[in-house]
Write a protein that binds this ligand. Structure first.
Ligand SMILES: Cc1ncc(COP(=O)(O)O)c(C=O)c1O
Length: 388
């Protein structure tokens, strides 16, 4: 069977492949510590589950509006206003099957063949394949660990060409944990002002998962004058431990949003109706559950930082947000894939090769896992490194 050209390079997401491999080994009786997945290990808070159950009982089991349940669109607009100081009307919001589908849809409606999308590396691994599937071309701009993995204004300016259509920003960043300060965003906005053909999408899925003094600033706050070409992507997966619910959203100027909703209506119709009422409860409810989970991530982050201090051959920055440690392994002289394969086979620890995120000299360790598994995994990593 011949594939479409755009499908020929398509591979499953490496993070999901590694998690599946670790699960498979576990099922075959091997003792594996999985530090690979990008999802909270907590159950979804019960008040959210109850709201979805009640919605189902109340008959929210039919096709709904392609843009989302109006009450959820409104709650998202309120949230963006209160938490992010962004002004969007409910009809500038589209509810999607996770932040992932919001990004996918946006790329589909914005990109023509050959259009360029600037992606700072290390990046979340799904951006380039999604750009490719939309016919676009990813322009990967490396960032430096000694500059806290932030895209700088000069590097952005140098990457822009007449074909550039979009810049992808992600703060807090997966996989590095970088949080862009207001000043850094303002400098990027200054560059974009000189290039009116370039739009920006700000992926803010980890916005509440912050450590120490880090503060999340939405790109739109530093550049309200760029609102006509700014998009916000966010979702419920990480903050409310709702990865399996598949609930996210896209906010942006109406003409593009209308096209995105039209695409959604022709592809998935709408996000599962009763799931949206779970999201509504999350937004309307107390944030206590979010704070509790973030406090647990913060304790585990300390465990990781302490363990890293006594490890040979690896170093990394303390993550300011999200729940990953991105470790430079250049001193091991191993490629990131070989490093991870050996770590899994020889020490029973699953982590993700940096090659998947555009940096083959690094690996990503997730601390969104229970403290016991985390401590055992770190001890094994320490012993593995000592034996290299
Ligand atoms: C940076 C980033 N954006 C988007 C997503 C997708 O999230 P969702 O589960 O809402 O599709 C992830 C999930 O890993 C992510 O890390």
């Amino acid at each position: 069977m011949k594939f479409a050209e755009k499908a020929q390079q398509l591979q499953p997401s490496l993070t999901l492949v590694i998690s599946a491999k670790a699960r498979d080994l576990q099922q075959r009786g091997k003792d594996v510590c999985s530090l690979s997945t990008g999802e909270p290990d907590f159950p979804t808070p019960s008040f959210i589950c109850r709201a979805a159950e009640e919605a189902m009982k109340a008959g929210h089991t039919r096709y709904g509006s392609a843009a989302g349940e109006p009450c959820l669109q409104e709650a998202i607009a309120n949230k963006l206003h209160q938490d992010n100081k962004l002004t969007y009307s409910p009809d500038e919001i589209m509810v999607s099957n996770g932040a992932k589908q919001a990004l996918y849809t946006l790329f589909q409606v914005l990109l023509d063949p050959g259009d360029e999308v600037i992606i700072p590396a290390p990046y979340w691994l799904s951006y380039p394949p999604m750009v490719h599937l939309a016919g676009g071309r990813s322009v990967i701009v490396p960032t430096r660990q000694d500059r806290n993995h932030q895209l700088g204004a000069a590097a952005l300016a140098a990457a822009i060409t007449p074909r550039t259509r979009l810049l992808v920003l992600n703060s807090p960043t997966n996989p590095t944990g970088t949080v862009y300060p207001e000043q850094a965003l303002a400098e990027l906005a200054s560059v974009l002002r000189q290039h009116p053909h370039v739009a920006v999408v700000s992926d803010e899925i980890y916005e509440y998962i912050l450590y120490g003094q880090s503060r999340h600033v939405s790109f739109g706050v530093v550049a309200p004058d760029l609102a006509e070409r700014t998009f916000v992507v966010n979702g419920f997966s990480k903050s409310w431990a709702m990865t399996g619910w598949r609930l996210g959203y896209l906010a942006g100027p109406q003409p593009v949003l209308h096209k995105a909703v039209a695409l959604q209506s022709q592809s998935t119709s709408n996000v599962c109706s009763f799931v949206q009422y779970g999201g509504l409860a999350a937004l309307r409810g107390s944030r206590e559950c979010v704070h509790t989970m973030v406090a647990a991530f913060a304790r585990r982050r300390q465990v990781v930082l302490q363990a890293l201090g006594s490890m040979q051959h690896v170093h990394g920055l303390a993550p300011q947000g999200a729940f990953y440690a991105f470790l430079n392994i250049a001193a091991t002289n191993l490629s990131s894939v070989v490093f991870c394969e050996r770590l899994l086979a020889e020490a029973g620890v699953a982590i993700v090769p940096g090659a998947a995120f555009g940096d083959d000299r690094a690996v990503r360790l997730s601390f969104a896992t229970d403290a016991i598994t985390l401590k055992r995994g770190l001890k094994r990593l320490q012993e593995f490194l000592a034996g290299l």
